[in-house]
Ligand binder design. Structure first.
Ligand SMILES: Cc1cc2nc3c(=O)[nH]c(=O)nc-3n(C[C@H](O)[C@H](O)[C@H](O)COP(=O)(O)OP(=O)(O)OC[C@H]3O[C@@H](n4cnc5c(N)ncnc54)[C@H](O)[C@@H]3O)c2cc1C
Length: 452
Protein backbone atom coordinates (compact mmCIF):
# COMPACT_ATOMS: atom_id res chain seq x y z
CA UNK A 1 0.00 0.00 0.00
CA UNK A 2 1.41 3.46 -0.89
CA UNK A 3 2.17 5.78 2.01
CA UNK A 4 -0.25 8.61 2.45
CA UNK A 5 0.95 12.20 2.39
CA UNK A 6 -0.59 13.87 5.44
CA UNK A 7 -0.34 17.64 5.72
CA UNK A 8 -0.92 19.18 9.14
CA UNK A 9 -1.49 22.92 9.46
CA UNK A 10 -0.47 24.13 12.92
CA UNK A 11 2.10 22.82 15.37
CA UNK A 12 0.06 23.71 18.46
CA UNK A 13 -1.53 21.21 20.83
CA UNK A 14 -3.72 19.51 18.22
CA UNK A 15 -1.28 19.44 15.30
CA UNK A 16 1.62 18.31 17.46
CA UNK A 17 -0.36 15.44 19.00
CA UNK A 18 -1.42 14.29 15.52
CA UNK A 19 2.11 14.49 14.07
CA UNK A 20 3.56 12.59 17.00
CA UNK A 21 1.02 9.78 16.58
CA UNK A 22 1.43 9.41 12.81
CA UNK A 23 4.23 6.89 12.36
CA UNK A 24 3.30 5.17 9.07
CA UNK A 25 2.47 8.19 6.90
CA UNK A 26 4.66 10.87 5.34
CA UNK A 27 3.82 13.95 7.36
CA UNK A 28 4.38 17.60 6.52
CA UNK A 29 3.85 19.87 9.52
CA UNK A 30 3.35 23.52 8.61
CA UNK A 31 3.55 26.29 11.18
CA UNK A 32 4.15 29.99 10.75
CA UNK A 33 6.47 29.91 13.76
CA UNK A 34 9.31 27.47 14.28
CA UNK A 35 8.11 26.37 17.71
CA UNK A 36 5.39 24.68 19.68
CA UNK A 37 4.05 27.04 22.33
CA UNK A 38 2.65 26.06 25.72
CA UNK A 39 -0.06 28.73 25.85
CA UNK A 40 -1.30 27.96 29.38
CA UNK A 41 1.89 29.51 30.80
CA UNK A 42 1.98 32.45 28.43
CA UNK A 43 0.70 34.79 31.13
CA UNK A 44 3.82 33.98 33.15
CA UNK A 45 6.02 35.24 30.31
CA UNK A 46 3.83 38.34 30.04
CA UNK A 47 4.29 39.03 33.75
CA UNK A 48 8.04 38.30 33.65
CA UNK A 49 7.85 35.20 35.82
CA UNK A 50 9.18 32.93 33.04
CA UNK A 51 11.32 33.46 29.96
CA UNK A 52 10.00 32.77 26.44
CA UNK A 53 12.32 29.80 25.99
CA UNK A 54 10.86 28.10 29.05
CA UNK A 55 7.46 27.53 27.44
CA UNK A 56 8.29 26.96 23.78
CA UNK A 57 10.31 24.35 21.94
CA UNK A 58 11.49 24.26 18.30
CA UNK A 59 9.41 21.89 16.20
CA UNK A 60 12.52 20.62 14.41
CA UNK A 61 13.99 19.56 17.73
CA UNK A 62 10.80 17.77 18.74
CA UNK A 63 10.84 15.76 15.48
CA UNK A 64 14.59 15.38 14.96
CA UNK A 65 14.36 11.59 15.37
CA UNK A 66 11.27 11.25 13.19
CA UNK A 67 12.35 11.04 9.51
CA UNK A 68 8.71 10.71 8.38
CA UNK A 69 7.90 14.23 9.62
CA UNK A 70 9.02 17.24 7.56
CA UNK A 71 8.69 20.70 9.08
CA UNK A 72 7.78 23.68 6.91
CA UNK A 73 7.91 27.08 8.54
CA UNK A 74 5.45 29.08 6.51
CA UNK A 75 1.98 30.52 6.67
CA UNK A 76 -0.88 28.55 5.12
CA UNK A 77 -3.07 31.04 3.33
CA UNK A 78 -5.79 28.88 1.79
CA UNK A 79 -6.94 25.34 1.19
CA UNK A 80 -8.14 24.16 -2.21
CA UNK A 81 -10.25 21.09 -1.59
CA UNK A 82 -10.84 20.19 -5.24
CA UNK A 83 -7.17 20.20 -6.26
CA UNK A 84 -6.02 18.88 -2.80
CA UNK A 85 -3.52 21.71 -2.33
CA UNK A 86 -2.56 23.97 0.59
CA UNK A 87 -1.32 27.37 -0.59
CA UNK A 88 1.54 28.84 1.38
CA UNK A 89 2.74 32.40 1.65
CA UNK A 90 6.37 31.78 0.68
CA UNK A 91 6.59 28.27 -0.76
CA UNK A 92 4.90 26.44 -3.66
CA UNK A 93 1.51 24.85 -2.86
CA UNK A 94 1.68 21.54 -1.00
CA UNK A 95 -0.37 18.54 -2.19
CA UNK A 96 -2.03 16.27 0.34
CA UNK A 97 -3.91 12.98 0.55
CA UNK A 98 -5.12 13.74 4.06
CA UNK A 99 -5.26 17.16 5.68
CA UNK A 100 -5.43 18.00 9.38
CA UNK A 101 -6.31 21.64 9.94
CA UNK A 102 -5.27 22.81 13.42
CA UNK A 103 -4.53 26.55 13.21
CA UNK A 104 -6.14 27.42 16.56
CA UNK A 105 -7.88 30.70 17.26
CA UNK A 106 -7.18 34.42 17.54
CA UNK A 107 -8.59 37.28 19.53
CA UNK A 108 -11.87 38.83 18.70
CA UNK A 109 -12.98 42.23 19.90
CA UNK A 110 -16.68 41.66 19.21
CA UNK A 111 -16.75 43.92 16.17
CA UNK A 112 -14.41 46.54 17.67
CA UNK A 113 -11.11 45.52 16.13
CA UNK A 114 -9.88 49.10 16.70
CA UNK A 115 -9.61 48.27 20.43
CA UNK A 116 -6.76 45.86 19.74
CA UNK A 117 -4.06 48.53 19.69
CA UNK A 118 -5.15 49.80 23.13
CA UNK A 119 -6.00 46.45 24.67
CA UNK A 120 -3.58 43.79 23.42
CA UNK A 121 -4.41 40.14 23.91
CA UNK A 122 -2.26 37.15 24.71
CA UNK A 123 -1.91 34.38 22.17
CA UNK A 124 1.66 34.18 20.94
CA UNK A 125 5.16 34.62 22.36
CA UNK A 126 5.37 37.97 20.56
CA UNK A 127 2.16 39.08 22.35
CA UNK A 128 3.60 38.02 25.70
CA UNK A 129 6.92 39.80 25.19
CA UNK A 130 5.18 42.93 23.97
CA UNK A 131 2.90 42.90 27.01
CA UNK A 132 5.81 42.27 29.35
CA UNK A 133 7.65 45.26 27.91
CA UNK A 134 4.58 47.43 28.28
CA UNK A 135 4.00 46.44 31.90
CA UNK A 136 7.63 46.86 32.91
CA UNK A 137 7.88 50.18 31.08
CA UNK A 138 4.77 51.43 32.90
CA UNK A 139 6.44 50.85 36.26
CA UNK A 140 9.66 52.52 35.10
CA UNK A 141 7.80 55.56 33.78
CA UNK A 142 5.72 55.92 36.93
CA UNK A 143 8.82 55.70 39.09
CA UNK A 144 10.62 58.29 36.93
CA UNK A 145 7.68 60.66 37.01
CA UNK A 146 7.06 60.33 40.70
CA UNK A 147 10.74 60.67 41.58
CA UNK A 148 10.95 63.82 39.43
CA UNK A 149 7.73 65.56 40.44
CA UNK A 150 6.93 64.01 43.79
CA UNK A 151 3.33 63.72 42.67
CA UNK A 152 1.52 60.40 42.75
CA UNK A 153 -0.87 59.27 40.09
CA UNK A 154 -2.84 56.04 40.08
CA UNK A 155 -1.32 53.12 38.23
CA UNK A 156 -4.32 51.19 36.98
CA UNK A 157 -4.29 47.90 35.11
CA UNK A 158 -7.55 46.67 33.63
CA UNK A 159 -7.97 43.07 32.51
CA UNK A 160 -11.03 42.45 30.38
CA UNK A 161 -12.40 38.91 30.66
CA UNK A 162 -12.85 36.80 33.78
CA UNK A 163 -11.99 33.41 32.27
CA UNK A 164 -8.90 31.45 33.36
CA UNK A 165 -6.49 33.69 31.40
CA UNK A 166 -7.90 36.91 32.89
CA UNK A 167 -7.91 35.46 36.41
CA UNK A 168 -4.35 34.16 36.07
CA UNK A 169 -3.12 37.47 34.67
CA UNK A 170 -4.83 39.50 37.40
CA UNK A 171 -3.37 37.32 40.15
CA UNK A 172 0.12 37.36 38.66
CA UNK A 173 0.03 41.13 38.19
CA UNK A 174 -1.08 41.66 41.77
CA UNK A 175 1.74 39.50 43.09
CA UNK A 176 4.41 40.92 40.86
CA UNK A 177 3.23 44.51 41.23
CA UNK A 178 2.94 44.45 44.99
CA UNK A 179 5.52 41.92 46.11
CA UNK A 180 8.24 42.08 43.45
CA UNK A 181 8.11 45.63 42.09
CA UNK A 182 7.11 47.35 45.33
CA UNK A 183 10.46 47.04 47.13
CA UNK A 184 12.46 47.93 44.00
CA UNK A 185 10.61 51.11 43.01
CA UNK A 186 11.08 53.37 46.03
CA UNK A 187 9.03 56.29 44.70
CA UNK A 188 5.96 54.18 43.98
CA UNK A 189 3.30 53.79 46.63
CA UNK A 190 1.56 50.43 46.58
CA UNK A 191 -1.72 52.28 47.20
CA UNK A 192 -1.31 53.84 43.76
CA UNK A 193 -1.47 50.43 42.10
CA UNK A 194 -4.90 49.11 41.24
CA UNK A 195 -5.82 46.04 39.24
CA UNK A 196 -9.33 45.63 37.89
CA UNK A 197 -10.65 42.36 36.55
CA UNK A 198 -13.74 43.05 34.48
CA UNK A 199 -16.25 40.41 33.45
CA UNK A 200 -19.47 41.00 31.52
CA UNK A 201 -21.17 37.89 32.94
CA UNK A 202 -22.44 37.34 36.47
CA UNK A 203 -19.29 35.57 37.73
CA UNK A 204 -15.63 34.97 36.93
CA UNK A 205 -14.47 31.50 35.83
CA UNK A 206 -17.88 30.64 34.38
CA UNK A 207 -16.66 27.17 33.36
CA UNK A 208 -16.21 26.25 37.03
CA UNK A 209 -18.80 25.49 39.72
CA UNK A 210 -20.26 28.69 41.25
CA UNK A 211 -18.66 28.03 44.63
CA UNK A 212 -15.18 27.81 43.04
CA UNK A 213 -15.82 31.05 41.11
CA UNK A 214 -16.73 32.72 44.41
CA UNK A 215 -13.58 31.39 46.08
CA UNK A 216 -11.43 32.60 43.20
CA UNK A 217 -13.02 36.07 43.38
CA UNK A 218 -12.48 36.22 47.15
CA UNK A 219 -8.82 35.18 46.74
CA UNK A 220 -8.25 37.85 44.12
CA UNK A 221 -9.88 40.51 46.30
CA UNK A 222 -7.57 39.51 49.17
CA UNK A 223 -4.61 39.97 46.81
CA UNK A 224 -5.76 43.50 46.02
CA UNK A 225 -7.59 42.86 42.73
CA UNK A 226 -10.97 44.54 42.28
CA UNK A 227 -13.32 42.07 40.59
CA UNK A 228 -16.19 43.66 38.65
CA UNK A 229 -18.84 41.29 37.32
CA UNK A 230 -21.89 42.18 35.20
CA UNK A 231 -19.66 44.91 33.80
CA UNK A 232 -19.44 44.87 30.02
CA UNK A 233 -16.74 46.99 28.41
CA UNK A 234 -18.30 49.28 25.83
CA UNK A 235 -15.36 51.40 24.66
CA UNK A 236 -11.58 51.44 24.87
CA UNK A 237 -9.37 54.42 24.05
CA UNK A 238 -5.63 55.00 24.40
CA UNK A 239 -5.88 56.22 27.99
CA UNK A 240 -9.28 55.03 29.25
CA UNK A 241 -11.81 52.26 29.18
CA UNK A 242 -15.58 52.44 29.58
CA UNK A 243 -16.86 49.81 31.99
CA UNK A 244 -20.64 49.82 32.24
CA UNK A 245 -21.45 53.54 32.48
CA UNK A 246 -18.16 54.52 34.02
CA UNK A 247 -14.92 55.64 32.38
CA UNK A 248 -11.76 54.33 34.09
CA UNK A 249 -8.47 56.04 33.32
CA UNK A 250 -5.89 53.47 32.28
CA UNK A 251 -3.47 53.00 29.43
CA UNK A 252 -2.83 49.44 30.54
CA UNK A 253 -5.82 47.45 29.36
CA UNK A 254 -5.30 43.77 28.60
CA UNK A 255 -7.78 41.80 26.52
CA UNK A 256 -8.61 38.28 27.70
CA UNK A 257 -12.22 38.21 26.56
CA UNK A 258 -12.95 36.60 23.23
CA UNK A 259 -11.67 34.07 20.71
CA UNK A 260 -12.50 33.34 17.11
CA UNK A 261 -11.26 30.47 14.96
CA UNK A 262 -8.37 31.21 12.60
CA UNK A 263 -9.66 32.73 9.39
CA UNK A 264 -7.78 30.06 7.42
CA UNK A 265 -10.71 27.67 7.89
CA UNK A 266 -13.00 30.05 5.94
CA UNK A 267 -11.32 28.80 2.76
CA UNK A 268 -12.72 25.30 3.33
CA UNK A 269 -16.14 26.63 2.37
CA UNK A 270 -18.08 24.52 4.87
CA UNK A 271 -20.59 25.56 7.58
CA UNK A 272 -19.11 27.47 10.52
CA UNK A 273 -20.53 28.67 13.84
CA UNK A 274 -20.64 32.25 15.15
CA UNK A 275 -17.05 31.95 16.38
CA UNK A 276 -15.85 30.90 12.93
CA UNK A 277 -15.31 27.27 14.01
CA UNK A 278 -15.96 24.58 11.42
CA UNK A 279 -18.95 22.40 12.24
CA UNK A 280 -17.24 19.05 11.97
CA UNK A 281 -18.76 15.58 11.64
CA UNK A 282 -18.66 13.20 14.65
CA UNK A 283 -15.33 11.87 13.27
CA UNK A 284 -13.94 15.45 13.03
CA UNK A 285 -13.93 15.40 9.23
CA UNK A 286 -15.65 18.12 7.26
CA UNK A 287 -18.95 17.46 5.45
CA UNK A 288 -18.49 15.46 2.22
CA UNK A 289 -14.72 15.19 2.61
CA UNK A 290 -13.74 12.29 4.90
CA UNK A 291 -9.97 12.92 4.61
CA UNK A 292 -9.95 16.58 5.65
CA UNK A 293 -10.17 17.03 9.41
CA UNK A 294 -10.45 20.14 11.55
CA UNK A 295 -9.37 19.87 15.19
CA UNK A 296 -8.73 21.96 18.29
CA UNK A 297 -9.88 25.54 18.74
CA UNK A 298 -10.86 25.80 15.06
CA UNK A 299 -13.42 22.97 15.32
CA UNK A 300 -17.02 23.09 16.54
CA UNK A 301 -17.36 19.55 17.83
CA UNK A 302 -20.43 18.69 19.85
CA UNK A 303 -19.78 16.98 23.18
CA UNK A 304 -21.91 14.49 25.13
CA UNK A 305 -23.93 17.32 26.69
CA UNK A 306 -24.93 18.57 23.23
CA UNK A 307 -22.78 21.69 23.56
CA UNK A 308 -19.60 22.46 21.61
CA UNK A 309 -16.43 21.27 23.33
CA UNK A 310 -14.47 24.09 25.00
CA UNK A 311 -11.21 25.51 23.60
CA UNK A 312 -8.84 23.57 25.82
CA UNK A 313 -5.47 21.97 25.22
CA UNK A 314 -6.61 18.44 26.20
CA UNK A 315 -9.49 18.64 23.69
CA UNK A 316 -7.07 19.53 20.89
CA UNK A 317 -4.56 16.85 21.91
CA UNK A 318 -7.17 14.08 22.14
CA UNK A 319 -8.59 15.12 18.79
CA UNK A 320 -5.11 15.09 17.23
CA UNK A 321 -4.45 11.54 18.44
CA UNK A 322 -7.94 10.36 17.38
CA UNK A 323 -7.57 11.69 13.83
CA UNK A 324 -4.05 10.24 13.52
CA UNK A 325 -5.42 6.80 14.46
CA UNK A 326 -8.14 7.05 11.78
CA UNK A 327 -5.52 7.89 9.18
CA UNK A 328 -3.06 5.18 10.29
CA UNK A 329 -5.83 2.57 10.20
CA UNK A 330 -7.12 3.79 6.78
CA UNK A 331 -10.61 3.71 8.26
CA UNK A 332 -13.39 4.43 5.82
CA UNK A 333 -16.08 6.84 7.15
CA UNK A 334 -18.67 4.14 7.83
CA UNK A 335 -16.22 2.18 10.05
CA UNK A 336 -15.26 5.15 12.21
CA UNK A 337 -16.42 5.52 15.82
CA UNK A 338 -17.27 9.11 16.74
CA UNK A 339 -14.75 11.18 18.68
CA UNK A 340 -15.53 11.21 22.43
CA UNK A 341 -13.74 13.71 24.64
CA UNK A 342 -12.43 12.26 27.92
CA UNK A 343 -12.93 15.15 30.31
CA UNK A 344 -10.51 14.82 33.21
CA UNK A 345 -11.03 18.15 34.95
CA UNK A 346 -10.23 21.85 34.87
CA UNK A 347 -7.77 23.96 36.80
CA UNK A 348 -7.03 27.67 37.18
CA UNK A 349 -4.36 29.28 39.29
CA UNK A 350 -4.85 32.57 41.07
CA UNK A 351 -1.48 33.11 42.68
CA UNK A 352 1.08 31.68 45.06
CA UNK A 353 -0.49 28.60 46.68
CA UNK A 354 -3.92 29.69 45.42
CA UNK A 355 -5.83 27.81 42.71
CA UNK A 356 -9.14 26.15 42.00
CA UNK A 357 -9.60 22.65 40.56
CA UNK A 358 -12.66 20.73 39.50
CA UNK A 359 -12.56 17.00 38.78
CA UNK A 360 -16.17 15.92 38.30
CA UNK A 361 -17.85 16.12 41.72
CA UNK A 362 -14.49 16.82 43.45
CA UNK A 363 -13.97 20.57 43.94
CA UNK A 364 -10.69 21.82 45.40
CA UNK A 365 -9.22 25.21 46.20
CA UNK A 366 -6.14 26.58 47.95
CA UNK A 367 -2.65 25.04 48.23
CA UNK A 368 -3.66 21.49 47.22
CA UNK A 369 -5.34 22.72 44.03
CA UNK A 370 -2.29 24.88 43.35
CA UNK A 371 0.07 21.89 43.74
CA UNK A 372 -2.05 19.86 41.32
CA UNK A 373 -2.00 22.81 38.90
CA UNK A 374 1.83 22.97 39.12
CA UNK A 375 2.28 19.23 38.56
CA UNK A 376 -0.20 19.15 35.65
CA UNK A 377 1.50 22.04 33.88
CA UNK A 378 4.99 20.62 34.35
CA UNK A 379 3.76 17.26 33.07
CA UNK A 380 2.41 18.73 29.83
CA UNK A 381 5.44 20.94 29.12
CA UNK A 382 7.64 19.68 26.31
CA UNK A 383 11.21 18.67 27.11
CA UNK A 384 12.99 17.74 30.34
CA UNK A 385 15.10 20.89 30.17
CA UNK A 386 12.04 23.16 30.11
CA UNK A 387 10.45 21.22 32.95
CA UNK A 388 13.51 21.55 35.16
CA UNK A 389 13.90 25.23 34.38
CA UNK A 390 10.25 26.02 35.11
CA UNK A 391 10.32 24.08 38.39
CA UNK A 392 13.45 25.96 39.46
CA UNK A 393 11.96 29.35 38.47
CA UNK A 394 8.78 28.60 40.41
CA UNK A 395 10.67 27.50 43.51
CA UNK A 396 12.88 30.60 43.29
CA UNK A 397 9.88 32.89 42.86
CA UNK A 398 7.97 31.11 45.63
CA UNK A 399 10.84 31.69 48.06
CA UNK A 400 12.01 35.14 47.02
CA UNK A 401 9.23 36.90 45.06
CA UNK A 402 11.90 37.89 42.53
CA UNK A 403 10.80 37.02 39.00
CA UNK A 404 13.78 36.38 36.76
CA UNK A 405 12.76 37.72 33.34
CA UNK A 406 12.15 41.41 33.95
CA UNK A 407 14.05 42.69 30.96
CA UNK A 408 13.10 45.51 28.61
CA UNK A 409 14.75 45.23 25.20
CA UNK A 410 12.64 47.30 22.91
CA UNK A 411 13.67 50.92 23.33
CA UNK A 412 10.85 52.59 21.47
CA UNK A 413 7.99 50.45 22.76
CA UNK A 414 7.07 49.71 19.17
CA UNK A 415 4.85 46.72 18.60
CA UNK A 416 6.84 43.75 17.39
CA UNK A 417 4.40 43.08 14.59
CA UNK A 418 4.61 46.61 13.28
CA UNK A 419 6.48 46.13 10.02
CA UNK A 420 8.55 49.26 10.61
CA UNK A 421 9.72 47.90 13.93
CA UNK A 422 9.84 44.21 13.15
CA UNK A 423 13.27 42.80 13.82
CA UNK A 424 14.93 40.71 11.17
CA UNK A 425 15.02 36.98 11.82
CA UNK A 426 18.65 37.14 12.97
CA UNK A 427 17.88 40.07 15.17
CA UNK A 428 14.92 38.21 16.60
CA UNK A 429 17.02 35.22 17.58
CA UNK A 430 19.60 37.30 19.42
CA UNK A 431 16.82 39.37 20.94
CA UNK A 432 15.27 36.33 22.53
CA UNK A 433 18.51 34.68 23.44
CA UNK A 434 19.34 37.62 25.68
CA UNK A 435 16.88 36.05 28.06
CA UNK A 436 18.69 32.78 28.30
CA UNK A 437 21.27 30.61 26.68
CA UNK A 438 21.09 30.60 22.85
CA UNK A 439 18.87 27.49 22.86
CA UNK A 440 16.07 27.01 22.07
CA UNK A 441 16.14 29.11 18.91
CA UNK A 442 12.74 30.63 18.57
CA UNK A 443 11.25 32.90 15.97
CA UNK A 444 8.59 35.31 17.01
CA UNK A 445 5.21 34.79 15.43
CA UNK A 446 4.38 37.10 12.61
CA UNK A 447 0.81 38.38 12.62
CA UNK A 448 -0.58 38.74 9.17
CA UNK A 449 -3.36 40.57 7.49
CA UNK A 450 -5.42 37.38 7.37
CA UNK A 451 -5.52 37.33 11.15
CA UNK A 452 -6.52 40.93 11.58
C1 LIG B 1 -3.20 32.66 27.24
C2 LIG B 1 -3.85 31.30 27.09
C3 LIG B 1 -3.97 30.47 28.20
C4 LIG B 1 -4.57 29.23 28.08
N1 LIG B 1 -4.66 28.42 29.18
C5 LIG B 1 -5.15 27.17 29.05
C6 LIG B 1 -5.16 26.27 30.15
O1 LIG B 1 -4.76 26.63 31.26
N2 LIG B 1 -5.64 25.02 29.96
C7 LIG B 1 -6.09 24.60 28.74
O2 LIG B 1 -6.48 23.44 28.60
N3 LIG B 1 -6.11 25.42 27.69
C8 LIG B 1 -5.65 26.70 27.80
N4 LIG B 1 -5.65 27.54 26.72
C9 LIG B 1 -6.28 27.08 25.48
C10 LIG B 1 -5.37 26.18 24.69
O3 LIG B 1 -4.08 26.72 24.61
C11 LIG B 1 -5.98 25.97 23.31
O4 LIG B 1 -7.24 25.37 23.47
C12 LIG B 1 -5.10 25.06 22.46
O5 LIG B 1 -3.86 25.69 22.24
C13 LIG B 1 -5.76 24.78 21.13
O6 LIG B 1 -4.91 23.97 20.38
P1 LIG B 1 -4.87 24.09 18.78
O7 LIG B 1 -3.95 23.03 18.32
O8 LIG B 1 -6.25 24.14 18.26
O9 LIG B 1 -4.26 25.54 18.52
P2 LIG B 1 -2.90 26.18 18.99
O10 LIG B 1 -2.29 25.43 20.11
O11 LIG B 1 -3.20 27.62 19.19
O12 LIG B 1 -1.94 26.01 17.74
C14 LIG B 1 -2.18 26.61 16.52
C15 LIG B 1 -0.87 26.61 15.75
O13 LIG B 1 -1.15 26.92 14.41
C16 LIG B 1 -0.22 27.85 13.93
N5 LIG B 1 -0.91 28.57 12.86
C17 LIG B 1 -2.03 29.32 12.97
N6 LIG B 1 -2.42 29.75 11.77
C18 LIG B 1 -1.52 29.26 10.88
C19 LIG B 1 -1.39 29.36 9.47
N7 LIG B 1 -2.27 30.04 8.72
N8 LIG B 1 -0.35 28.76 8.87
C20 LIG B 1 0.55 28.06 9.61
N9 LIG B 1 0.47 27.94 10.95
C21 LIG B 1 -0.56 28.51 11.57
C22 LIG B 1 0.13 28.70 15.14
O14 LIG B 1 1.40 29.30 14.99
C23 LIG B 1 0.11 27.65 16.24
O15 LIG B 1 1.37 27.07 16.42
C24 LIG B 1 -5.06 28.81 26.82
C25 LIG B 1 -4.94 29.64 25.72
C26 LIG B 1 -4.34 30.88 25.84
C27 LIG B 1 -4.20 31.77 24.64
Amino acid sequence: MTRKQVVIIGGGFGGLAAARSLRQADVILIDRTNHHLFQPLLYQVATAALSPGDIAWPLRTIFRCRPNVRIVMDEAISIDRSSRLVSLQQSPPLPFDCLIVAPGSRHTYFGHQEWESFAPGLKTLADAIRLREKLLRTFEEAEREQAATGSHRPLTFVIVGGGPTGVELAGALAEIGRKAMGPEFPSLRLDDLSILLVESGPRILPGFAPELSAKAAASLERMGVTVKVNSPVSDIRADRVRIGNEWVLSSNVIWAAGNKASSLVDSLGVPQDQLGRVKVQPDLSIPDDPWIFVIGDAAHCVGNDGRPLPGLAPVAMQQGRYVAALIEDHLSPERRKPFVYQHRGILATIGRARAVAQFGPLHLSGPLAWLIWCVAHIFFLIGIRNRIRVILEWIWFYLTFKPGARLIFNQQDKPLDDSSARPSINHTVSYLSLDRSPLPRLHLVKKTASDE
